[in-house]
Design a protein around this ligand. Sequence first.
Ligand code: UT7
Length: 332
Amino acid sequence: MHDNHARTARIAGLGTFLPEKVLTNKDFEAMIETTDEWIVTRTGMRERHVVSSGESVATVAVEAGKRALADAGVDPEEVELLIVATATPEQPIPATAALIQPLLGVRRAVCFDLSAACSGFLYGLKVARQFFITGEVSTAMVIGAETLSRYTDYTDRATCVLFGDGAGAAVLKAAPAGEGILRVAWHTDGTCADFIQMPGGGSKYPPNVKEHIDQRLPFIKMRGNETFKVAVRSLTDVCFEVLEQAGVSIDEVALFVPHQANQRILSAVGDRLGLPAEKIYVNLEKVGNTSAASIPLALRDALDEGRLQRGDLMLSAAFGGGLTWAAALVRW
Ligand code: UT7
């Protein structure tokens, strides 16, 4: 069962970038009251990459973007639309996507940022795909890029062990309906906006006021335990929703490539979906939670490991601040 349209988009190329600097669980043992054992058993994480001075969300996004263009064999001048999904933009004005446009050489592209936290990459695929459906665009790029370390409170042990930096970029080309991105289901619930948030740094508590910094407002805050429960339920529901929309069963899915928030979340969702562990792709032990960059980073690794073959059905899902959540079904 397909939508009643003639074309969609396919992922024609994927590129990723991780900054060189690594923070290990051992490093956290020296910084806060925690243990490698607690972090591994409660999250599954062992390492995360973080930017150094001189790096920023634009530098990681550009590197991932260049690699995606090379992987797709696409000339930057062909790109008509560039969406950068990020919760940690380069600066408030202009958009990160506009700032990196000349660095990627995508001079014909309309460029804007998309704010949907960890669901940003899948929201980006959904938005871009609509322009393929209407026929307005034939080549697009969606980049998920984050420098969460710049807003991580390294005195808050409940959040600081989770987050990492990085970027992943996808080049999208037109494909006949029934191939490529088959469906994307998406949701928002703003009543739980305080589950994951950075209260400072915007219009309410601007970053140019010293008290806001003293009150540690421009830092990421999370109600971890409550978020965990909603994440498991929402991710499960949205996966079943996208499968139903596309008229396929979970047994037909070759690989599930979820947002990498916590190993225990992924296992709980896998159980509820009836997916065996070998069909769930996990790389969070190496990268932590990289928000909008998480899914393209995982997808690139899965491809490099030969976990997805042409024609395979790939399911992806994400959950994050907003709250936002989404799932995509892709015929590889
Ligand atoms: O990407 C967006 C979506 N994000 C998520 O979905 C994240 C969802 N949440 C989580 O992954 C988990 O809630 C966490 C990993 C953040 C926390 O795990 P938890 O099992 O929910 O722990 P908790 O917050 O209930 O805390 C349990 C205990 C507390 O101690 P007490 O109060 O029981 O004495 C915490 O203080 O663990 C303590 N704790 C730690 N202990 C050692 C919290 N962080 C740490 C730590 N090391 N780093």
